[in-house]
Design a protein around this ligand. Structure first.
Ligand code: 5GP
Ligand code: MG
Ligand code: MG
Length: 183
C-alpha cells in the first residue's frame, strides 16, 4: 500500500532537491557557454521532463525558446522497445535551429535515439541531448547525451518527474521506492 505521505514511500533518497538544483545550475553554465551567440530551442519530452525543463531553463542566464514533445514508446513491461510514436509534435519549425532535447532519464537509450534521428530529418542546425540521469545500459547505445547530470546504477527511481504508475512525479527528491509500495 502507498502511504498518504509520498515521502514515506521512498526507501532511499539518491538526490535531494538541493543537489538537483546545484547540478542543474552547473549544467546550465556549460550550456550557456556552448551556445553563446547562437539561438537555442529547448525541447522537453513529456511528461517526465517537466521538472527538469522548468528548473534547467530557469537556471539558464540567457534567452531560450521552449517547446514540448510527447512520445510513447512501446515495450514489454518496464523496458522500451525503440518502437516510438509521436503523441504530440513540436509547434516549432526546427529547420536551421539549434535544438537541445531535455529528458529526465535515459535507460536503454532507445527512445531518445529514435527521437534524435527523427528530429535530424527536419534539417536542424544541431541536435543535442541534456539528461539529468543516465543508466548503465545507455552507455552501449549510439545515443550520446552532451550533458548528463549523474550516472546512476540500474535501479528504478521515482520523483522529480519520474513516475511509478503515474504517481510520485511531484516528489521534490529522487529516490528508490520502498518495497511496501509494490506489495
Ligand atoms: P529508454 O531510454 O529505455 O528508451 O526509456 C527511457 C524512459 O523510460 C524514460 O523517459 C522513463 O519514462 C522510463 N524510465 C527508465 N528508467 C526509469 C526509472 O528508473 N524510473 C522511472 N520512473 N522511469 C524510468
Ligand atoms: Mg522522459
Ligand atoms: Mg514513466
Amino acid at each position: 500500500m502507498e502511504s498518504s505521505h509520498v515521502e514515506d514511500d521512498l526507501v532511499n533518497i539518491l538526490f535531494t532537491e538541493a543537489q538537483i538544483q546545484e547540478r542543474l545550475a552547473e549544467m546550465a553554465v556549460r550550456i550557456a557557454e556552448d551556445y553563446e551567440g547562437r539561438d537555442l530551442l529547448v525541447v522537453g519530452v513529456l511528461r517526465g521532463a517537466v521538472m527538469v525543463m522548468a528548473d534547467l531553463a530557469r537556471a539558464l542566464p540567457r534567452h531560450v525558446e521552449m517547446d514540448w514533445m510527447a512520445i510513447s514508446s512501446y515495450g514489454s513491461g518496464t523496458k522500451s522497445s525503440g518502437v516510438v510514436r509521436i503523441l504530440k509534435d513540436l509547434d516549432t519549425d526546427i529547420s536551421g535551429r539549434h535544438v537541445l532535447v531535455v529528458d529526465e532519464i535515459i535507460d536503454t537509450g532507445l527512445t531518445l535515439s529514435w527521437l534524435v534521428n527523427s528530429l535530424g530529418t527536419r534539417n536542424p542546425a544541431s541536435v543535442e541531448i541534456a539528461t539529468l540521469l543516465r543508466k548503465p545500459e545507455a552507455l552501449s547505445m549510439p545515443v550520446e547525451p552532451k550533458y548528463v547530470g549523474w550516472d546512476i546504477p540500474n535501479e528504478f527511481v521515482v520523483g522529480y518527474g519520474l513516475d511509478f504508475n503515474e504517481k510520485y512525479r511531484n516528489l521534490r527528491d529522487i529516490g528508490t521506492l520502498a518495497p511496501h509500495v509494490y506489495s
